[in-house]
Design a protein around this ligand. Structure first.
Ligand SMILES: NC(=O)c1ccc[n+]([C@@H]2O[C@H](COP(=O)([O-])OP(=O)(O)OC[C@H]3O[C@@H](n4cnc5c(N)ncnc54)[C@H](OP(=O)(O)O)[C@@H]3O)[C@@H](O)[C@H]2O)c1
Length: 311
């Protein structure tokens, strides 16, 4: 099986069985379905609204926030854009979160990370009303997820579950290796995969930078989910034939002509071995964005007691 990167996307250039899991397409379908969910809520007199709070000068964070606003607009979710001077005292951010918590027109709150050093990230996450915590990072929501009663699943692992379902990947009984133990990707991903639920019932090995002989783990896996933030660290030699490979990594690397985005997986050699694989870009990234919209619609239903079907 061979893939070629042409005009911004990978194309299969030989006839083989390998499935390219297209996150752009699945995310577009979820957004399209969410428009109906939003319309149903809006018809009851409530318009879903997401508040974003940005407290840093990082251009990448500004871009992420503006992309989130564009995504919301596309499906009919209103947004409130709050920026706080990074030099301001932490209390200003806490007061803002308190106001958003009690504002009935705001259904979801997202505080863009990173925060300045003088602001305790954990304190901010604890401060957000767990019913408006569309990132799913509040300890109450983390606990619910671990206990198997998720309220909001964090967007990236939730998006990966949706991708696995859309691509018809069987997780029940599968040996899954998750590489990375961050609170936003690796840990919730492992927790979701072990649950007695759709896209769950897997046997999970959670690997990290202190894991001995990572290749021996990945070679045993039916599903490899790479979320380490190390460019192209997983190559075909580390995989067995027939593996499903989900590449979460987004790494900017220098090239002779400038720079490009690559994943944590060396695509060409991994695709030679894989049964199914996500590209970077166009795999997990669009799903993360779509699931923020999904969580915001769910948050509107939860905070207003409006019942709505979600895709
Ligand atoms: N596609 C998306 O929508 C999306 C969303 C979020 C993140 N990302 C990307 O996903 C990647 C991971 O993000 P993150 O926020 O989870 O990163 P993170 O907080 O830096 O965590 C990285 C994890 O990978 C582990 N790790 C690092 N090097 C390793 C190695 N050589 N072998 C095995 N494990 C290793 C670390 O282990 P230790 O715990 O031992 O340090 C850590 O647990 C990044 O490239 C990020 O940009 C993409």
């Amino acid at each position: 099986m061979r893939f070629k990167y042409v005009a911004g996307k990978y194309s299969c250039v030989t006839q083989t069985q390998t499935q390219l899991i297209d996150g752009t397409e699945v995310a577009a379908s979820i957004r399209s379905d969410l428009i109906s969910s939003v319309n149903r809520i809006t018809n009851t007199g409530t318009t879903p609204q997401l508040a974003t709070v940005l407290m840093n000068d990082d251009p990448a964070s500004q871009t992420y926030v503006s992309m989130k606003h564009d995504d919301c607009e596309e499906v009919g979710i209103e947004t409130r854009d709050i920026t706080i001077d990074p030099e301001a005292p932490a209390a200003e951010l806490f007061d803002t979160v308190d106001e958003l918590n009690t504002d009935p027109s705001i259904h979801g709150i997202l505080v863009q990370m990173p925060l300045p050093d003088h602001v305790d990230e954990r304190e901010v996450l604890r401060r957000i009303d767990p019913k408006k915590d569309v990132d799913g990072f509040h300890p109450e929501n983390v606990g619910r997820l671990v206990a198997g009663q998720p309220r909001y699943k964090p967007c990236t692992p939730h998006g990966i579950q949706k991708l696995l379902i859309a691509a018809d990947i069987e997780t029940e009984g599968a040996d899954a290796v998750v590489i990375g133990r961050s609170n936003i990707v690796g840990k919730p991903m492992a927790n979701l995969l072990i649950q007695k639920a759709d896209a769950g019932n897997a046997t999970v090995t959670l690997c990290h930078s202190r894991t001995n002989d990572l290749a021996s783990k990945t070679r045993e896996a039916d599903i490899v989910i790479a979320a380490a933030g190390v460019p192209e660290m997983i190559d075909g030699d580390m995989l067995s034939a027939g593996t499903v490979v989900i590449d979460v990594g987004i790494n900017r690397v220098e090239t002779e002509t400038g720079s490009e985005l690559v994943g944590d997986v060396e695509f060409e050699s991994a695709a030679e071995k894989a049964d199914a694989i996500t590209p970077v870009p166009g795999g997990v990234g669009p799903m993360t964005r779509a699931m923020l919209l999904w969580n915001t619609v769910k948050a509107t239903a939860i905070t207003t007691d409006v019942s709505v079907e979600l895709p």
